[in-house]
Each structure stands twice: as C-alpha cells, then as structure tokens.
Design a protein around this ligand. Sequence first.
Ligand code: ARG
Length: 484
Amino acid sequence: MTAARPPAPPEPPPADEPARARATWSGRFAEPVSERVARFQASVGFDRRLAEADIDGSLAHARMLAAAGIISHDDFAAIERGMGVIRADVRAGRFAWSIADEDVHLNIEKRLTALVGDAGKRLHTGRSRNDQVATDLRLWLRGEIDAMAIRLRALRSAFVDLAERHAATIMPGFTHMQVAQPVTFGHHLLAYEAMFARDSERLAGCRGRVNRMPLGSAALAGTSYPIDRDAVARELGFDAPCRNSLDAVSDRDFAIEFAACASLVMVHLSRFAEELVVWSSQRYGFVALSDGFCTGSSIMPQKKNPDVPELVRGKSGRVFGHLVALLTLMKAQPLAYNKDNQEDKEPLFDTVDTLADCLEIVADLVAHGLAPVPDRMRAAAREGYATATDLADYLVRKGLPFRDAHEVVARAVREAETRGVDLADLPLADLARHSPLVAADVFDVLTLEGSVASRDHPGGTAPRRVREAAAAARAAIARESEAR
Ligand code: ARG
C-alpha cells in the first residue's frame, strides 16, 4: 500500500578469513590487531546496508577521476565492470562480507581489486573513508526520506478519507480529559492530519540539508588532485558539495535532524495511539478495533487488547532514545572525523525501520481497522454539558456581558446536574428562571448539531468546514506527490 522497502540485508556469511588477517591499512603496523579489537571496531555487520550507496558514490567519484585525467578511462571501465559484479552479488545476498575488512567500504574495495586488479587500487585516489562514509550515509538517508514522505502522505490520506466520512459525526471534544465542547469526529481526525502535514514539511526541509555532498573533503583537509566536485554532486543528485571539508567529514547533524523529525512523527503517532487505546476501552467504546489489529489474552478469554496502538506508543520511546544517542555521540567530538561517528548508523537505521513500520501499520489501521461507534460518541457528548458555552454565547448575543453569562450558565448546569439531566433536557421555564433573556430559540444552540454547526469559520468544527478542510488537505497531499 505504500513505498516498497528493501528487504533487510541478509546476515553475513561466517568470516571467510580470520579477523587477524592483514588489514588494508596495515602497512605502518608491525603487528596485526587482536581478534578482539578487530571485532570491536568492525562495522560491516551493520554498515553493509550502505553497500549500494557506497557503490554509487564510488562510481561517480571514479568517473570524475577519469574525466579529470587522474585515472585512465580503461581503469574507470574496469571499475565500472567490477562494481557491476559486486552490486549483483550484494543484491543476491551472495557477497562474502568479512570482518577482517572492517567496514562496507574496505570490503567492497578489496573485492573490486580482486576482480579488476590495479584499477581497483586506484579508486581511492583523492578520497578517504571519512568523506566516503559521510556521502554514503547521506545518499542512503535521502532515499529513505523519500520513501518516508510517501508513507506519511499515505497516512494523511487515510485520515482525510475517514474524516470526510465523519464530517458530521458528533463526539465530545476534551480538555483536561473532561468533556468540554462538542466537536465532530472528522474535525478531531483532521487535527492529526494537520500534525502529520507539518511532519511532511519538516522532513522536506531536513532532506534539503541531508542532500549536500561531502566527497572531495577527503580525510579532512580536501585533496591536492584536480577534482571536480560539482560534477560528482550532479551525478549523485546532490544539491551541492558541502562548503567546508572539516565540517563535511565530521558533523552528523543531518542524521540528528532526521531523528528529531522522526521523533516528532512518533510523538504524533503515539498521541493518536493513546487515544485509540482509550477510545476502544469498554468505558468509552467510541471505536472498535478490528480483530486483525488486536490480540487476546492467554488467561482471560474475554479480552481483546489494542496491541497495535500500544506498541506504536511504546516504540516512540525507542526512537526518542536514538535521537538522544545521536546527540550524545556528537556533542563532545572535536573536529574533524572521529571513530565515534561509526556509532551513528545503528540508531539511524533503527529509527528508519521503526518509523516506517509504525507509519505503515497506523495507515492500515486507520483505513481498514477502525470502526467508529457514533452512538457512543454522541451519548458521551450529551453527558458532559458540552453545550454550556453555547448557552453562554447565546446570552451574550442577547446583550449580557460574557462574565455574567458564564455565571448564569454555571447555575443552570448545577441545576441540571442536581436533577441528573442535560442542559437541553431542562424545561424552558426552568432555564428562563436563571435569566430572563432565555427564550424558545435557546434549544437551537443547546443541541449538539446546533453547537457544532455554529463553529463555522476556517479551522472550526462545523461539518461544512470539516468537509472543506478535508478537501484542502487532499489537494495539498496531491500537490506534494506531484512535486516529487
Ligand atoms: N566505518 C567507518 C565509519 O563508519 C568509516 C570511516 C572510517 N574512517 C577512518 N578514518 N577510520 O565511520
């Protein structure tokens, strides 16, 4: 129903050689690192996920090297051929990852050299793993952001569809969890659409800052080769090269910003999930969740638990944790690259996976798993003197100052409460005893329909405004889809 996500990468086959084998950078070392250290510092177990971005980045870099005469065109052709083989092997899950080669970059480079010889050894000219990894991560994240934007729009569409169908369904609106004023269910749902629309906006802004290219920064200071950064950036679809080489290899603010955007989406999903948990409880009964989204209890046969919303609510904590992990990772790093940054990947990957899962499952639930129970919502709206404000406004329209009207209505509510009825159930004579301004037309505003219909301005809960807002949201979603 939403963007296809690539399947999780397969587990690495067992290391094909001991981790103590000669490392690519081992020339200046008298002794190989211990097996323990090799394992401790290897990231290939997780950064394999960047393989395709790594290949794309390398090809663009190599093409530029050839165009600038830094390597030969034959070397580039060999690199391109070798990378084709590697890409196919990675996709088929048959690439033999080895922790002896530390990370995704060295694994691929070593295999390339095995495939095409010296050309493979020339690929790393004018480049460092420091600008390489930052480039890979940005390329990968950009793709994930684009997929996430599609999921967000699908979720928003599901909210809009349901809101439109319930533009006139009355429910109590709450403040402090107390019944406050009647609203429509459609209006309530569109509040979430508005939150997710801001999330879409935020994500688009984040994408712009992710989409800058570190390549060319090399280890930290740039390179003495006559490189063409603009050409590489253009080929990789980056908006521009990063402006400062030290910053480019060092900062991970783009990842942190994504985690912050994701955290806000999770806040919004979690708030909605909480409402579903409350609404689907026996006490409320505002909605029924279809069986496919619930589970039973192993001991209480009557139970049907709202597991999906509860898990969404719970998973928000894990995404906030990743945000804090990334912030903490960055905060005390001196310029420029430090190995700390290798720790940026797992939190970022899990943020993407968790957010994607939650967006898809909530969209599915809103579209197919939610049966509103309008009678229960309506009954709850009637129980809480939800139209008291409407009575006050009625008196104000008849000339009473608002504070006095507030007082009159408070007394009327007290009477209704004592008699155990709603304001609308009090006879006209009894209502009129609280203020001589009350006439028969008071019942127009005391009804739930009259109350919601009177909030008839942009952003208000009147059914015709809700329909208008739903149409506007739908148009905005369509415009955003076309813009990409
Ligand atoms: N695996 C490393 C990372 O994720 C790649 C960069 C390593 N650079 C270095 N100078 N050791 O950050």
